[in-house]
Each structure stands twice: as C-alpha cells, then as structure tokens.
Design a protein around this ligand. Structure first.
Ligand code: G3H
Length: 496
C-alpha cells in the first residue's frame, strides 16, 4: 500500500515529504499542496510546498554530488541503476496504486507504466555503458593542408545538473526517462514532478534512494509552479532541462538561457486513411490510439483524415468498437476513466460544444459526469471547428473526410504541432511518400502513433518540441563533447 512498508519514511502525518540531501524532509514553509483524485474529486494526497530557499539548497547539493558521481566508474553507475530498476519493479503495486488515485490511470496500465519504467532504467544502464564507454579518434591528415601530427581523442562528459520536469500522464515513466540517462551519463538530477502524479513520483524516487545512490545526487522538490516553477527553470545552477508537458514548455524555452533543452509539448497526431487500407486494422488502432488512457497521451490519434470513399465504412467500424468501451473508475480497469481535472473536462466540453454548434455529426450522445467523459466520435468535422486543430487530451476524436491524399497531408502540416502521425495503406510506396511529406517527428505506417519502445528516437517538430528523446538520444543530449588533441613533434604514420 502507498506510504507504508519501505515507503513509510516518505510520509509525515498525511503529507508526503520531499527528497533532498539523501533524506526525506518537511518543507520549512509548513504548507502543503493538495492532490485531487480525478474520480472522487476529493483530496487524495498532500505534498510539501517547497520554498525557493529549499530549491537553492537542492541545487547546491546537486552540484557538489555531481562532481564525485562523475568520477564514479561507469560500470558502478550502471550497477546502481540496475538495482533501482529491480526495486522499482518489486514495488510496482503501491506505485501503481498512486497512479490510479492521482491521475485515474486504469489499474492494469498503471502497473504497466511502472514495469516499463524499470525496463527503461535497466536498458539505459546497458546502453550507457556501451555508448559512453567509447569515443572517437581522428587524425589530422584527413583535412587538407595537414600532416599526421595531431591525434584527436573525443569523449562524452557529463553536463552537470539536469532538471527533469515530467507531465501528469506518465509521472513515473517520463520521470525515469530523464533520470536514468542523466545519471548514467554522470549527471545529478533535480526532479520537479507534476502535482497530479507527485506521490507516485516520490515513491519512485524512494526506490532510487533504497538503491543507495550517493547523498544529494537525486533530489525531488514538490510545490506550486507559481512559487518554484520559474525559479527552478531559470536557476543558474541548472545545466540542462528535460521537460514534457504542454505549452508551458514554450515559456520555459524563452526564459531558460544558455542550457540544452529537451522538450516534448504535445501533438495533434493525424491518422491518414487511404482507400486501400485494411479498415479493421485502422479501427482497432483508432480505438487504441485515440481512446487509451482516455486520450490523455501526447501521441494519441487526435484527428482521423479519411478518404471519403471509405469514410462511412470506417466510421461504422469505429462506432461499433466505441460501443464496447467500458466507462468508469480506474480501479475497475475501465477503458475510459475520468480525465485528470475539472478544468481539463471543461476544456474538452468547450471543444465538443463548438463542434456541435458548427454542425459536426455526433456518433454518440455527449455525456459527462464530473470528470468522466464518455468516448465520443465526431464525424464530418471541418477545419473551422476548434477540434480540428486543438488537442482535447480527452476521449473525443474528430473525423475529417478528405477527397485526396494531398488534402490530408495539407491538414496535417497546417497544424502548429508536429509530433507523430500515421498512415494506413497496403501500398508501401505510397506510405513512404506520405511519410516523407508529413511534417512530424515520426510517422507510423499501419499502426497508431506511440513513443515506445522506449529506446526508439522520439521527437516533435514545430510546437511539439525541441531535441530528440529515446534512451540513446537522451544520454547523448545530457553529455558534452570533450576533445583532447595530442600534438606530435613530427608526423607519424603507423606501419610507415
Ligand atoms: O504523453 C506523451 C507520451 O510521451 C506518450 O507516450 O506513446 O507511450 O503513450 P506513449
């Protein structure tokens, strides 16, 4: 159970502590932030409202802990990570319980998130040992005008203190996808979890604590964005920011200064369906891609662009599958669970009302109880409707009928977002041409968009983000290149 057993140390009365200097602490603010259960709409947990002074202290310790961590052998860093991964998986049940209560993720998916996170940490340890264990060797006579009298040795070195800010929808997985690459590369970590999901993240951090990482190397501060948000992202002690979330990321990128940024800020992933597509396959992927975790994934299918000639058939197939989706509490493993907050529900409802007013065809009746919104497919959506462009981050999926592939590509590329997209066709040549034309970080052929497997590169263009994620890319992003040049007194040639 959350907050008990090995996790009892992280709880103080009814408020979860924050983590700094290798210890669980109460904030000197004496204040807490309430976490509302999306299902009951009542306070489920409380976390410390950390102060700016506490952030300063965390940054100081992160800086000094990193210096000695960078001197810890790579194999030893990997050993710590493997241990943390095992502890994380061992305690999947209480962590998953937090996900169910804080973000209303279905129980089974919550367990999957924790197990996936353990796997990510282990893979990262192995990948780090491989890619950080090798460098580059250059000789000078490959460039015109040079003899072979210079040897250049290139390696990757840590960047310093990495600030990790994951989103509510994967507070564990998208935290470890930042923490593990940072640590294997010799960096220290300051984690600021989202408010909804903070308690799951604190449990996850305790698994790293139990694995015995050095004091101060990992910190986790909780609190209000208004008090410590900008203070963290603009802090001079931060050397790199990895952020996943909404358009707050755009504001962060404007304020952050000269530090490398890795950002993933959402998407409006289009699903282009051609006339020759396997419509059963499309319908299955639309359900999985559009409605899993109630559409609260940046990689969710967020607009279907279907050729008019097959649109009726596809809509019927999707409708039949929507009718089978179960709707209810996450504890019962329902397919559709309450969305994260009342403001999110209200936003989704605003998009639905706008579509109604402008004449979209409702394939189901719109229904909402509290934060629970029943799955809704909107047919005959037109570009003048907000739902054609905005991300609902909820179980509402628009269908736009197109009369040519070009029209579909045009709609996809007219979006501010460019995360992923997908195309369904049996013609691989067409699929490749469409993939090349789509201005998105990834295009899936004959499957719904998805970030995983977690070692695949994951990136968005335009307002969807900066940089590329995935285990290898994250490790590379969290390092600097360092070269040492050996200057010989005379040119030297092996076997010369
Ligand atoms: O919500 C954003 C996540 O990066 C999506 O990850 O494709 O594994 O659901 P996912």
């Amino acid at each position: 159970m959350a907050g008990t057993g090995v996790f009892s140390e992280i709880l103080d009365g009814d408020v979860y502590k924050y983590y700094a200097e290798g210890e669980w602490k109460r904030s000197s603010s004496g204040k807490s932030v309430a976490i509302i259960n999306p299902t009951t709409r009542k306070t489920q947990y409380k976390v410390q409202a950390c102060t700016q002074e506490e952030v300063n202290m965390v940054m100081e310790t992160a800086k000094s802990a990193q210096k000695s961590w960078a001197k810890t052998p790579l194999w030893r860093r990997a050993e710590f990570l493997h241990k943390a991964a095992a502890i994380l998986k061992e305690h999947k049940a209480p962590i998953a319980e937090c996900l169910v209560k804080e973000i209303a993720k279905p129980a089974k998916d919550s367990v999957t998130e924790v197990v996936r996170s353990g796997d990510l940490v282990s893979y990262c340890a192995e990948e780090g040992v491989r890619i950080l264990g090798e460098g580059k060797f250059l000789v000078s006579d490959s460039f015109p005008g040079n003899e072979r009298n210079k040897y250049c040795l290139t390696s990757k070195i840590p960047i310093g203190v990495v600030l990790a800010i994951p989103p509510f929808n994967y507070p564990v997985n998208l935290a470890v996808s930042k923490i593990a690459p940072a640590l294997i590369a010799g960096n220290s970590i300051v984690l600021k979890p989202p408010t909804q999901g903070a308690v799951a993240a604190l449990h996850m951090v305790n698994c790293f604590h139990l694995a015995g990482f050095p004091r101060g190397l990992i910190s986790c501060v909780t609190g209000r964005g208004s008090e410590i948000g900008d203070f963290l992202t603009m802090h001079p002690g931060v050397n790199c920011i990895s952020f996943t979330g909404g358009d707050t990321g755009i504001a962060i990128s404007k304020k952050a200064g000269m530090v490398p940024l890795q950002m993933e800020l959402g998407g409006k992933d289009a699903c282009i369906v051609l006339e020759d597509a396997d419509l059963d396959l499309v319908a299955a992927n639309v359900i999985k891609g559009g409605f899993s975790y109630s559409g609260q994934r940046c990689t969710a299918v967020k607009v279907i662009l279907v050729m008019e000639s097959v649109a009726d058939a596809l809509v019927e197939k999707v409708k039949a599958r929507v009718a089978k989706l179960t709707v209810g509490p996450p504890e019962e493993n329902c397919d559709i669970t309450p969305v994260v907050s009342e403001s999110s529900s209200n936003y989704i409802e605003g998009l639905v009302k706008d579509a109604k007013q402008k004449g979209a065809t409702f394939c189901q009746e719109y229904r909402r109880e509290g934060n629970l919104i029943w799955p809704l497919l909107l047919d005959n959506v037109r570009p003048d409707m907000r739902i054609a462009w905005e991300e609902p981050f909820g179980p509402v999926l628009p269908v736009i009928r197109i009369s040519s592939v070009e029209e579909g590509i045009h709609h996809c590329n007219a979006s501010n977002f460019g995360l992923q997209g997908c195309v369904f066709t049996r013609d691989i040549n067409k699929a490749m041409l469409i993939s090349d034309a789509m201005e998105t970080g990834t295009v899936q052929i004959n499957s719904a968009p998805a970030r995983g497997p977690d070692h695949f590169p994951f990136q968005g263009i335009k307002d969807s983000g900066i940089g590329s994620q995935g285990i290898t890319n994250s490790i590379n992003m969290m390092t600097k290149v360092k070269t040492t040049v050996i200057n010989l007194p005379t040119p030297s040639y092996t076997m010369g």
